[in-house]
Design a protein around this ligand. Sequence first.
Ligand code: COA
Length: 177
Amino acid sequence: MTQRVAKSLQEREVQAKDGQRYLLRPIRPSDAPSLMRGYQALSPQERWFRMLHAVPELSEDAARAFCNPDLARDFCLVLEGQDGLAGEIVGGARITGEANGRDCEFSVSLRPEVRGLGLAQAALRMALQAAAEAGYERVYGTIARDNRGMIHLAVLLGFNIRQDPDDPAFVIAEKAL
Ligand SMILES: CC(C)(COP(=O)(O)OP(=O)(O)OC[C@H]1O[C@@H](n2cnc3c(N)ncnc32)[C@H](O)[C@@H]1OP(=O)(O)O)[C@@H](O)C(=O)NCCC(=O)NCCS
């Protein structure tokens, strides 16, 4: 599986809507401190959107675990910052595989400073490509009903959106790969 996804997980440049180019690459263990800073840069509501429960700050253990995905099942691509955010990772997209080997879950997050530039879309597209290459058949995500930006992005990428049968506060975005 790892060999098949290697192509999508190669470092590459992506161009933002303002013409700036950003490096998109697999997450590294050394990204943990930057990941923690980036999480703090999100508003309390955005942290809730990202985690779907109250996580006021990312612990060192959580950040370390996040930066060391189980590459047999999970992928995480991050974007390196520019200018004032040089040296920081500014966001990225993640695929978490389920044990059945068919289904996987996506998540995506960007620092507020680089929103609206198409970067979330670029990172998620590449993560979805890696998921398809890895043989996953279906990708899904749980999104807060109020998260208009994420729902818009999911529709743009061809996801179907349906009510979460277990909770009216959420929708499920899903798509065949
Ligand atoms: C969701 C998130 C990743 C989107 O980032 P972004 O930078 O706006 O994404 P993009 O620039 O790639 O935009 C994707 C599309 O969504 C649209 N969009 C973004 N925010 C929007 C909003 N609040 N309402 C409506 N549309 C929105 C953009 O206009 C763009 O569409 P377009 O290309 O037709 O103009 C970002 O808002 C974020 O990190 N939020 C906090 C964490 C989070 O909610 N993660 C999702 C958990 S499932």
